[in-house]
Design a protein around this ligand. Sequence first.
Ligand code: RB5
Length: 150
Amino acid sequence: MKIAIASDHVGCDLRSYIADHLREKGYEILDLGPEPGERADYPVYGEKVARAIVDGACQLGVLICGTGIGISMAANKVPGIRAAVCSEPYSARMARMHNDANIIAFGARVVGSEMARMIVDEFLAAQYEGGRHAARVALLTQLEEKYAKK
Ligand code: RB5
């Protein structure tokens, strides 16, 4: 499985730690930046990971900013993206199982590196359950279509 990862400037160090961890676990990683030391606006990097997923280059994504909020908001503007901000592993797992989230986001100012690793590991290990959740996920897609600019 190929995973896209990006951050803003606040999340750079944690992104590097998580990317290395995932490579060690055998995942192929598409690191979309930014370079350390570069100031980086979170909407730009949220969109990069979102595009990698909707274009089919990657199956899932990881986004990191100070809180995880701004960068996930950016990704969620892209139709087809379901980015979940999680500060602990249980929610990360449920985001895959029930919400079919395709991006996990968290805050480098909120979680430590070990918690971040556990969040990502739970997210990637979980499987979307479908079944009764599928109709609700379909309703999310309907909302995208309903409010899409014509
Ligand atoms: C940058 O200072 C900060 O606003 C950003 O990393 C993020 O937390 C936004 O949601």
